[in-house]
Design a protein around this ligand. Structure first.
Ligand code: G3H
Ligand code: 13P
Ligand code: ZN
Length: 332
C-alpha cells in the first residue's frame, strides 16, 4: 500500500473548495507517457496552476500502474525543481469497478472516479457508495457520474446519451457521499463531437455547435449548492491542429469541439474540474506529423517528441490562462 501523501500529492477536496470560491476550474489533463507529464507540469508551474493528472484504464494498460505512480512522484519533485510546489492530484479517470478503484487507491492515487453512469440508478448508487467507503478511509476523494455523455468513454461507446436529471443529484450525492459529480450537459468524448451539419455559422463564418445546457447546470447548482461539478469531454478540437494534421498526410474528418467561450462560462460556475484529453492528442500528432513531413531523414525520437512536448505545453498554458482561469491559483 502506497499513500499518495508519500508521493507529495494532494486529494481534490481543498483545491475544489478554492476553485468554487474563486470561480475558476482545475484542469484535468490525461497522460500516458513522460512527454505528456512533463508538458503538463511545465505548463502548470509556469502558469502557477493546480492540476489533476488523469489516468484512464487505457493509460494504465499502456503504461503500467507502478510506472505511473512513480511518474506522479517524479511530477511532484519536478514541479519543486522548477520552482513552484503546485498542488498535484493523481486521478483515476472512468474507473469501471470497485476493484479498479481499490487498486489505484492502494497504488498511491489521491482521487478516483467510479463511473457507474451506465448502470441503472440504484446500482450506480451502490457501487459509488462502496468506492467512497473504501476511499475515504485513506482520505482519497471520489468523483461519481450521473447522466451519459455521447462518444467514446474509455472503451465504452455511448451510442445512447442522456442529460443528467437534476432531480436525482441531491439524492445521489447524499446517499453515496461522493466528493464531486460529473454531469452530462452536452459535452462528449473524443475529437468528433459535432459535425459541421450540427452547427450554425456565426457572423465571422465560424462554426458554432449547439450550446451546452447551462439551464440544467443551473438547476443542478440550485439543488446541491456549493457541490463540485465536473465536466468531461471538454476538448475544443483546435482547428489549427486538425488542419496541420491533414496538411501533413493525416485524414481527420471535419469536427467541431466545445467552444472556449462556453468553457469559460462553465468554469465560473460550480464546475470545478474540466477534463481535456483529445486536444493534447491533436497537438502532439500535428507536431509530429509536421516534423516527419518536413524532415523525412529525422529518426531521433527526441527531435519530434521534444517539439510535440513544447506544443502541448503552450496549449495547456493557454487553457489555464485564457479558458479555465486556474492560472495564478496554485498558492491560494
Ligand atoms: O474519457 C476518456 C479519455 O479520453 C481516455 O481515453 O481510454 O483512450 O485513454 P483512453
Ligand atoms: P475529451 O475527449 O473531450 O478530451 O474528454 C476527455 C475526458 O473527458 C476524459 O475523461
Ligand atoms: Zn471522460
Amino acid at each position: 500500500m502506497t499513500s499518495y501523501k508519500e508521493l507529495g500529492l494532494v486529494n481534490s477536496r481543498e483545491i475544489f473548495a478554492k476553485a468554487m470560491k474563486g470561480q475558476y476550474a482545475i484542469p484535468a489533463y490525461n497522460f500516458n507517457n513522460m512527454e505528456q507529464m512533463q508538458a503538463i507540469i511545465q505548463a502548470c508551474v509556469e502558469t502557477k496552476s493546480p492540476v489533476i493528472l488523469q489516468v484512464s484504464k487505457g493509460a494504465r494498460d499502456y503504461a503500467n500502474i507502478n510506472i505511473l505512480r512513480n511518474m506522479a512522484r517524479g511530477a511532484t519533485e519536478y514541479a519543486k525543481e522548477l520552482g513552484c510546489e503546485i498542488p498535484i492530484v493523481l486521478h483515476l479517470d472512468h474507473g469501471d469497478s470497485f476493484e479498479t478503484c481499490k487498486e489505484c487507491i492502494d497504488n498511491g492515487f489521491s482521487s478516483v472516479m467510479i463511473d457507474g453512469s451506465h448502470f441503472p440508478y440504484e446500482e450506480n448508487i451502490e457501487i459509488t457508495r462502496k468506492v467512497v467507503e473504501y476511499a475515504h478511509q485513506f482520505d482519497v476523494t471520489v468523483e461519481g457520474e450521473l447522466g451519459v455523455l455521447a462518444g467514446i468513454e474509455d472503451e465504452v461507446s455511448s451510442a445512447v446519451s442522456h442529460y443528467t436529471r437534476p432531480e436525482e443529484v441531491e439524492d445521489f450525492s447524499k446517499r453515496t457521499g461522493v466528493d464531486s459529480l460529473a454531469i452530462s450537459i452536452g459535452t462528449s468524448h473524443g475529437a468528433y463531437k459535432f459535425t459541421p451539419e450540427q452547427c450554425t455559422r456565426n457572423a465571422d463564418g465560424i462554426l458554432v455547435p449547439p450550446p451546452l445546457r447551462f439551464d440544467i447546470l443551473a438547476e443542478i447548482e440550485k439543488r446541491i449548492p456549493g457541490f463540485p461539478i465536473v465536466l468531461h469531454g471538454s476538448s475544443s478540437v483546435p482547428q489549427e491542429y486538425v488542419k496541420m494534421i491533414n496538411e501533413h498526410g493525416g485524414k481527420l474528418a471535419d469536427s467541431v469541439g466545445i467552444p472556449e467561450e462556453q468553457l469559460r462560462t462553465a468554469a465560473k460556475s460550480a464546475v470545478c474540474k474540466i477534463n481535456i484529453d483529445s486536444d493534447g492528442r491533436l497537438a502532439m500528432t500535428a507536431t509530429i506529423r509536421r516534423i516527419f513531413d518536413e524532415k523525412p531523414a529525422e529518426f531521433d525520437p527526441r527531435k519530434y517528441l521534444g517539439p510535440a512536448r513544447e506544443a502541448l505545453k503552450e496549449m495547456y498554458k493557454h487553457k489555464n490562462i485564457d479558458v479555465l482561469g486556474s492560472a495564478g491559483h496554485a498558492l491560494d
